[in-house]
Structure formats: C-alpha cells, structure tokens
Design a protein around this ligand. Structure first.
Ligand code: FAD
Length: 482
C-alpha cells in the first residue's frame, strides 16, 4: 500500500523560525528533555519544529473559526464539518505533517517516526482543537487505523484503511455499552450470531466517539460471539460494520459537561439485526481481546502527550493573565502576588515531571512493544490527566469569571481533560493493576528488611552494644521497652 503523503514533501521555507513570539524560549527541538534527546533523529527534530509552527501559526488561530463554522448553513451542528478543517488538512499534507502517529518498525504506512518522536509532536498537537485532525492524527481514527494496519486483511485495508490514511473518511470504535460496566470488557454483551456466511448483530453501544460526523463511514465494533466459551477472554470478537448498514440507529449524541463536541460527537447507537459478511471479522472470531489490547497501548501515550500540550497551553494563558497590565487587584498585577508565582512554579515542575514519565513510556514501547511497557503506560495514563487538570484549574482561577466562560479555551480544556480519567480504562483499573504488580514485591521486601534488621543487630553486637532485636520484640506482642 502506498503512503499517501510523506515527510519528503515538506516545504523547506516553512521550517524557518516561528513568526509569532517564541515567548522567551527557543523552538520545540531545543526543548526536548535531555534524557530523550539521544533517541530523536535529525529528521524528527526538524519535523517537530514544523509541527510547532503549524500549530502556533495555523491551527490555534483557526480554532475559533472552526467553532464558528460548525453546522454553518445547515440544520444542526452535526450536519457537516467546518470548511476551515479542509484548508488546514491541505496545508498539513503539503508540509508532510500527515499520519505522523503510525510508528516506524511497526507500520509501513506512516511517516516513519518512533513513538517517542511522535509523542513529542503530539504535545504540540494537543495545544489546539484542530491540529490533530488537520494532520490526520486524531482519535479514534488513529487507534482504528492501527487496528486495520496491524490486523486487517488486504481487502479490509483497501476498503477502509486507505481512505482513512488519506483523511477522506472518519471512523468510530464501539465497545462501551449503556447497560454494563464496560471498563471490564468481559462484560460486553452486544450479541454477534453467525448465520451462514454472515454475522448478525443485536445490542446497543454508547460513547461511540466520532459517530456524529457525516464523514464517519466505518464502525469497529466489539461484541460477544461465543458466550459459552470457557475462557471469558475468547467470547468476544471485533468486526467491521459500515455505518450505513440497515438496522443501525443513532439515537442521540451525548454531551461532555454540556459540550457536544460537534461534528465528532459521542453517539448512543442501537443494532437491530445488523448483518455483515464474515469477511468483516477482524483477525478471527473470538480474538476481540487481542485486537483491543493491541489498539490501546500507544494510543494512551498519544492522549497523554496531548494532555501535556493542553497543560502547557493552560500555563501560557496563566502567565499571560498574571502579566495583564489592565488587571491589578488590590493595586498590583497578579504576578506580584506571591501565591500566583508559587502556582506557576508548581505547574512548571508538575508538567516537566509528567512529560518525563510519558516520554519514558514511549521509549520503552519503542525498545520493546506496548506489552513490554504496560507499567510505564499505566503510570502515564494515571499521572498526566490529574496533573493537567490541576494546571488548567490554576489558570482558570487566575482568570476569575473569564476562566469559566467561552472567552478562553480553558473551560473546554478542563472538560476534555476530565474525561481522560475515564476513557481507555478509568484510573482505578490502572491503579489496581499497578498496585497488584507492585505488591508482588511485598513478601520479598519483608524478607530483605528482616534480614537487614538482623544483620544490624549482629553488627551492634560486634561493637559490644547490646541493642534489642526489634523483630524479636515484635514477637513478644509489642510490650517490650526500647
Ligand atoms: C468523552 C468520552 C469518549 C469516549 N469514547 C469512547 C469510544 O470512542 N468508544 C468506546 O467504546 N468508549 C468510549 N468511551 C467510554 C469509556 O471508555 C468508558 O466510559 C470507560 O471505559 C468506563 O466504562 P463505563 O462508563 O461503563 O464505566 P464503568 O465500567 O461502569 O465504571 C464506572 C466507575 O467504576 C469505577 N471502577 C471501575 N473499575 C474499578 C475497579 N477495578 N476498582 C475500583 N473502581 C472501579 C471507576 O471509578 C469507574 O469510573 C468514552 C467516554 C467518554 C467520557
């Protein structure tokens, strides 16, 4: 399969410095953390600077226009997509900023960057509402393209992956259901029944992100194909369902803290005897868990790095606000009030620390694979959204009333950020897994600490110091005197 656009198409004149203020710091490539620098190629550094310039000078100024154009000239906000997006996509293609997310070594279809290199770029994409889609790096298409590239048949790739890679259509991933706790995917109930050479689907899904967009042509659906299988991990399958298949009804779009996220949207959808041929099955019946596990690893890093970008943008707004000469509560600009500078400092520390955790996970994926980096991915997945929400909240506070209304992107960023603690597995699921694994060291550590305590007592003895052995004392039910 050919690569629709390649980084070789970059226009060299665009790789010049930022036209807008660099705000006292150098280009993106000069800010790569030292521990990551060694792993970043020259080509990725150049592209990173182009991504930064594209986001700062093209996408961020276009964000408000995108919102303004939603549903323009049509009955409602989900009827069409803003024209400005097509213009941004053309610009991004010309710059070679296209399909940056498909990691080299794993996929031949992408722009050939590592997870670390794309992670650095995703941070900048996360600063703007329009940047990820403009570069064909928006969820859920990214994860869906990975599924098709990794597990799709040649026919499935031709029919769905090629137009997705070209940015001609969009897609949705349908796993979550309204009637069951979907953070545990063994609960998924949408029934897939084999009839001759077809699969017939019945059930309902919600939070089907992207299904509101008229360009969304394909659903990747998880359902139960073998409820009697002894292994709960082999009862599920993942199947491709064209969005216009008879029997599919989109009932409504769910809102996120009141935001409709148009034209993308989050659909509540039912399946009533929806029939698709066996050739739509991904990887094979009963292999749904393999598919969803293969889908989620790098995607979590992409989300995390975009959240780092959102936190950086919130800090930029925060700094701009506390230096606004028009606003002088109690006779001083806000940066003269010490508490604000402390919040700035804490935000700087927390963003920088969280970035290192995400980049570490990206390096680990590059050096092993998503499975080999489970711990690091989970750490980033839990840490980053909470950090980003704290930083965004500090910026909101500094803006006062303006912070919670539509005059800055902060309120929307907070709403988006809050969902990150729920999507792709709620915090608790990752914490439980991390806690369990960490706890496996507990028994060995108890033995080591006991041994060290005993040895300390022996050393004291050699020096002629009589010191009660705390281990022995504990055994005498804690009544001993020390
Ligand atoms: C904006 C947004 C976009 C989304 N996009 C998609 C999408 O495109 N496709 C899709 O399929 N889904 C999507 N989702 C759904 C999301 O993945 C699920 O909401 C998530 O997996 C949680 O499942 P649930 O809502 O069924 O909650 P439940 O599974 O019912 O969990 C509810 C809560 O229970 C608690 N909990 C769960 N497990 C544990 C545990 N082990 N220990 C302690 N507490 C626990 C957590 O606090 C959790 O939040 C999206 C959700 C949102 C908000």
């Amino acid at each position: 399969m050919s690569v629709p656009y390649s980084i070789k198409d970059q226009k060299s004149e665009f790789s010049q410095n930022l036209m807008v203020s660099t705000a006292g710091s150098g280009p993106a490539s000069s800010k790569i953390p030292i521990i990551a620098e060694h792993y970043v190629s020259e080509r990725a550094r150049k592209t990173l600077d182009i991504v930064e310039k594209f986001v700062e000078e093209e996408c961020i100024p276009a964000d408000a226009v995108f919102h303004q154009q939603l549903g323009e000239g049509t009955a409602h906000r989900f009827s069409t997509h803003p024209k400005i997006m097509d213009e941004l996509k053309e610009k991004a293609k010309k710059l070679g900023l296209w399909n940056l997310f498909l990691a080299k070594g794993h996929f031949k279809e992408g722009a050939g960057f590592s997870n670390l290199e794309y992670g650095l770029m995703a941070e900048y994409l996360g600063k703007s509402r329009t940047a990820s889609e403009a570069t064909n790096c928006a969820a859920p298409d990214t994860g869906n393209m990975e599924v098709l590239a990794k597990y799709g048949t040649e026919e499935q790739k031709k029919q769905w992956l090629a137009p997705l890679l070209a940015g001609e259509i969009r897609s949705a991933f349908l796993m979550t259901e309204p009637d069951v706790a979907s953070s545990d995917a063994t609960n998924i109930t949408l029934r897939m029944r084999k009839e001759g050479n077809d699969w017939v689907l019945n059930g309902s899904k919600w939070w089907s992100s992207g299904s509101g967009d008229p360009r969304c042509k394909i659903y990747i659906v998880m359902g139960k194909s073998d409820p009697e299988n002894k292994s709960v991990y082999k009862q599920q399958s993942v199947i491709l369902v064209p969005a216009d298949t008879p029997g599919i009804t989109i009932h409504r779009m769910l809102s996120v803290y009141g935001y409709d996220d148009a034209p993308h949207g989050h659909g509540h959808i039912s399946f009533d005897n929806v029939r698709v041929p066996d050739t739509c099955m991904v990887l094979g019946a009963g292999r749904g868990f393999e598919v969803i596990q293969g889908r989620l690893g790098p995607g979590r890093i992409h989300h995390a790095m975009r959240s780092i970008g959102a936190a950086e943008r919130a800090l930029e707004f925060f700094l701009a606000r506390i230096n606004d000469p028009r606003k002088t509560p109690f006779g001083e600009q806000l940066h003269k009030h010490g508490i604000m500078l402390e919040r700035v400092a804490r935000s700087r520390i927390e963003i920088d620390a969280a970035r290192l955790v995400v980049l570490n996970a990206a390096i680990k994926i590059d050096q092993t694979n998503a499975k080999g980096a489970l711990k690091e991915i989970a750490e980033a997945k839990v840490l980053v959204p909470t950090m980003a929400l704290t930083v965004i909240d500090r910026a909101v506070q500094a803006f006062g009333g303006a912070g919670v209304c539509q005059d800055t992107p902060l309120a929307n960023m907070w709403a988006q950020g809050r969902t990150m603690r729920i999507v792709d597995g709620p915090d608790e699921v990752h914490l439980m897994q991390l806690g369990r694994n960490e706890n496996k060291r507990g028994v060995g550590l108890k033995e080591r600490i006991d041994w060290q305590t005993k040895k300390t007592a022996e050393i004291f003895k050699q020096y002629g110091v009589e010191r009660p052995d705390p281990l022995a004392l504990n055994r005498v039910s804690g009544k001993a005197k020390l």
